[in-house]
Write a protein of this length. Structure first.
Ligand SMILES: [Zn+2]
Length: 300
């Protein structure tokens, strides 16, 4: 099992451009780009915990809007569609159920008291499970993508709000970014100290704190200020990434899975074959974090 942490910083820059720079795909350890097997992703909003100020109707409406943000931007060149089921009291598990959940008690994977704490500067984490076995036909196939929202250190709001506090975060902005990870995209910049990833052209990514405005404006830029709503709108680089992974000719999405069928679709531990099946099918591939770097707070 491998955990790869991706973080980033957001320098606020409102820039529009029609020219794509570069996008970055999440890859397996052996550098196979990951993707869903067809142009489909169904989320299940978790009703098990909601933060103060966000009711279930607001939660689901914002999820719908974030999915629509991607669909509107990518529909000319991609057939990828995200959908959701009705909210259910589901937990974050590696169960082929792609859950969106507020963590209101503990900022740990699964919101558990015993888990290792994530960095409190991280607003959200998307955990993508994929097959990571070089040489097999389905190497890089995504099985599960869970989005956890840090409601223990941040107050999620729908901007514009009457007042902005350093610990606030726009829910739509955060969800749109995390859904980019859930589709298979990685950040468009790197944080100093992390290994420097390469973009789809094989070029090293820019440092998040020294990126040009075009990169800083992408939805998949890794840093967000409290007042950031720019990530709500996928830019040319973000769109180019999705359209490269899921072009109009990609395998079309079938009917949305129900919770029951999705949970039984795979990634079950088979006791008779646990040494080979479980590690391959249920490998945790990515912890992708949308982070706010405290020392950049002044740059709102
Ligand atoms: Zn991210």
């Amino acid at each position: 099992m491998k955990l790869a942490g991706l973080t980033a910083t957001v320098i606020l820059a409102v820039t529009t451009t029609s020219a794509a720079h570069a996008y970055v795909r999440t890859t397996t350890e052996n550098h196979t780009p990951i993707s869903w097997p067809s142009s489909c992703l169904t989320f299940v909003p978790s009703s098990s915990a909601l933060p103060t100020g966000i009711d279930l109707a607001t939660f689901t409406a914002t999820i719908d809007q974030a999915m629509a943000n991607w669909r509107v931007a990518t529909s000319p060149c991609s057939n990828f569609e995200m959908s959701r089921l009705d909210p259910q009291p589901v937990l974050v598990l590696h169960d082929n159920l792609s859950v969106i959940k507020f963590n209101t008690q503990f900022w740990t994977h699964g919101d558990t008291a015993t888990g290792a704490s994530f960095d409190s500067a991280t607003k959200a984490i998307t955990t993508v499970s994929f097959i990571d076995k070089k040489g097999v036909p389905n190497d890089g196939t995504i099985l599960d993508a869970d989005i956890e929202l840090n409601a223990t250190d941040y107050q999620f709001v729908i901007l514009p709000s009457d007042s902005m506090f350093p610990n606030e975060s726009d829910l739509e902005n955060t969800l749109t970014h995390e859904m980019g990870h859930a589709q298979g995209l990685a950040h468009t910049c790197y944080i100093e100290g992390d290994p420097i990833p390469l973009d789809e052209n094989g070029q090293p990514l820019p440092d998040c704190e020294h990126s040009d405005p075009v990169v800083a404006a992408t939805t998949m830029f890794a840093i967000a200020s409290p007042s950031d709503i720019d990530k709500r709108y996928p830019k040319a680089d973000d769109v180019a990434g999705i359209c490269a992974i899921y072009p109009l000719t990609a395998s079309a999405c079938g009917p949305p899975l129900t919770a029951a069928t999705q949970a039984s679709a795979g990634c079950q531990l088979n006791p008779t074959d646990k040494d080979t099946t479980f590690p391959v099918l249920c490998l945790i591939g990515v912890l992708a974090r949308l982070q706010f770097r405290r020392r950049l707070r002044a740059q709102r």
